[in-house]
Ligand binder design. Structure first.
Ligand code: ATP
Ligand code: MG
Length: 565
């Protein structure tokens, strides 16, 4: 490619809404342009990168035995009614009508369509297992589209769906996909972790997310420093403290805390550690309010709480009015001691291990000190309710937990019979019996990977692409091509011989001033830069610089080609 014949439009200023580096750099390089909230055009430059990612994903899926197909983006309502997701998917589902007033959605995912395909195509266990994939545009009406293509409304996903007669066969393909994902992200040159993920209503321990490590990541992940244990913080198990709970030694005493409502304020006022306090949160349960108690230095894990039988799948905090009506007390002064009997008290393991603790007094402006479980406060259930914190013991018994931020770029999931059952997708087994198929699903955010890679690989000057994702591996920069035919010819020759060697090179023949040209090439993140100048030619060499080094070197043509080959 010659840049003089390409469309490149780098810019200095970007809108303030571009909060993170990858979003800013994708706009500054001109890789993407915003059309409307969460909708982006991929410019020729951006598309080159997107296609490289797509190619690696496709190659590894095929290598792992998956077969490619393509399903429609627009999907009829009837199918979604069969699984109950027309309503359940909620406002993320973009719904529309055609001229005959038939209802459709723009596919946010394709379980319904593939299961319909499978129930029509597959008859016998002999056809199984099968793993279908596609690389296709999805739409999700995200509540908060942000960070450019990282959380867009329209985005490119690779989604795969496998079909099996037995759970064992599903587990095998799941492992093959896990390994394929590991190869994909390794080949792309990304630092990532496969982490255990929450499986929501389906249960089981059969879901992993692939997280690219980056401070701007929306997910928190926990990993052990002494083993390969890693989990999304939503899922990471907090181990119960060991040993017996100490016996009570203090008397229950009500103290005035007129303006102290938060744990930090109460702890400072009463001169105790937050870890000696119990924090009580009232949430809306399936019937009436439910109290969740964690230690003052811990936080409630909402995903774990959603698994409690007392709570609905997504629970909300009780409002001030509801708290007042149920307890006669304002928020900030609620505690487990003396709470009305009709509010179940569910206590995290660590909080349940405390003796002589501080908690809300269930009367405005007061707290208790010297509170003790059983003696003063009811426990209806002890459960794992909290988010793990740095330094917690690893649940596999090896090492302690560390926390990091991650960007979810892939997700593998053993669905089991959930969709096949709802949509009656069956085959005959070897005894001629009708059997519901087991399914797995495997997603990769192809467009999100581009942003995630930049988030992980950039500096003040711009992007620093891992080589497999760079739009071009080598930039040949010509100084003053219009006025110096000899230099222009030497650059052209070098560019041609690089291409003949199969080296992915671009010729910067735009005739920009050197400073401007080099700034662009750095911003674009091209891994290798070669400068062709009159001075270099006179000395019989080219000036070479790697994007990851601060110094350039002069190399004769042969050495240069060997280095880049
Ligand atoms: P998230 O928690 O980030 O919303 P998800 O759990 O909804 O992701 P999946 O349904 O598993 O995502 O989709 C598969 C992959 O598609 C994700 O791992 C992610 O990489 C990508 N993806 C999901 N939502 C978006 C989005 N709004 N923009 C870009 N990529 C996305
Ligand atoms: Mg989502």
């Amino acid at each position: 490619m010659r840049l003089s014949q390409f469309h490149l439009n780098t810019v200095k200023e970007v809108p303030a809404e571009a909060e993170i580096a990858s979003h800013r750099l994708m706009l500054r390089t001109g890789m993407i342009r915003r059309l409307a909230a969460g909708l982006y055009t991929w410019s020729p430059l951006g598309l080159m990168v997107l296609r490289k990612v797509e190619a690696v994903v496709r190659e590894e899926m095929l290598r792992a035995g998956a077969i490619e197909m393509l399903m429609p983006s627009v999907q009829p309502r009837d199918l979604w009614e069969e699984t109950g997701r027309w309503e359940k998917f909620g406002p993320q589902l973009l719904k529309m009508r055609d001229r005959k007033e038939q209802e459709y959605c723009y596919g946010p995912t394709h379980e319904e369509v593939i299961t319909d395909f499978a129930r029509n195509e597959l008859r016998s266990y002999k056809q199984l297992p099968l793993n279908f994939f596609q690389i296709q545009t999805k739409f999700r009406d995200e509540i908060r589209p942000r960070f450019g293509v990282m959380r867009a409304r329209e985005f490119l996903m690779k989604d795969a769906y496998s079909f099996h007669l037995t759970p064992e066969s599903l587990a095998e393909t799941y492992k093959a996909m896990y390994d394929a994902y590991t190869r994909i992200f390794t080949r792309l040159g990304l630092k990532f972790r496969a982490v255990q993920a929450d499986t929501g209503a389906i249960g089981g321990n059969a879901s992993h997310e692939f997280q690219v490590l980056a401070d701007a990541g929306e997910d928190a992940i926990a990993f052990s420093d002494g083993s390969d244990y890693a989990a999304n913080i939503e899922k990471a198990e907090a181990m119960p403290p060991s040993g017996e709970r100490p016996a009570p030694s203090a008397a229950l005493t009500r103290v005035d805390t007129p303006t102290q409502k938060t744990i930090d304020d109460v702890a400072a006022f009463l001169k105790v550690a937050p870890s000696q306090c119990v924090k009580t949160i009232l949430v809306k349960g399936r019937s009436g309010l439910v109290a969740l108690c964690v230690r003052g230095d811990h936080e409630v894990n909402e995903v774990k709480a959603a698994h409690l039988p007392e709570l609905p799948d997504t629970s909300e905090l009780a409002s001030e009015a509801e708290i007042l009506a149920a307890t006669g007390t304002r928020p900030g002064f609620i505690g487990p001691a003396g709470l009305p009997d009709d509010i179940p008290v569910i206590v995290d393991h660590a909080a349940a291990h405390l003796a002589d603790f501080v908690c809300g007094g269930n009367a405005d402006g007061t707290h208790y000190t010297g509170a003790n479980w059983q003696r003063d406060a009811r426990i209806n259930r002890v459960a794992d309710l909290r988010k793990v914190v740095e330094g917690d013991p690893s649940p596999d018994g090896h090492g302690t937990l560390r926390l990091a931020r991650g960007i979810e770029v892939g997700h593998v999931f053993q669905l089991g019979e959930k969709y096949a059952q709802a949509m009656n997708a069956t085959v005959l087994d070897d005894a001629g019996k009708i059997r519901v198929m087991s399914m797995g699903c495997y997603g990769i955010g192809v467009s999100r990977i581009v942003a995630a890679a930049i988030e992980q690989c950039h500096d003040e000057a711009g992007i620093r692409w891992p080589e497999p994702m760079a739009p071009w591996r080598v930039a040949v920069c010509v100084i003053n091509p219009k006025n110096d035919a000899q230099v222009a010819q030497a650059a052209e020759d070098l560019y041609q011989s690089l291409r003949q060697q199969g080296i992915d090179a671009v010729l910067d023949d735009r005739g920009l001033r050197p400073g401007q040209m080099f700034a662009d090439i750095e911003l674009l993140g091209i891994p290798h830069r070669v400068v062709v100048s009159e001075r270099g030619l006179a000395a019989g060499s080219f000036e070479y610089r790697s994007r990851s080094e601060s110094e350039s070197r002069n190399l004769p043509r042969e050495d240069l080609i060997t280095l880049l080959g």
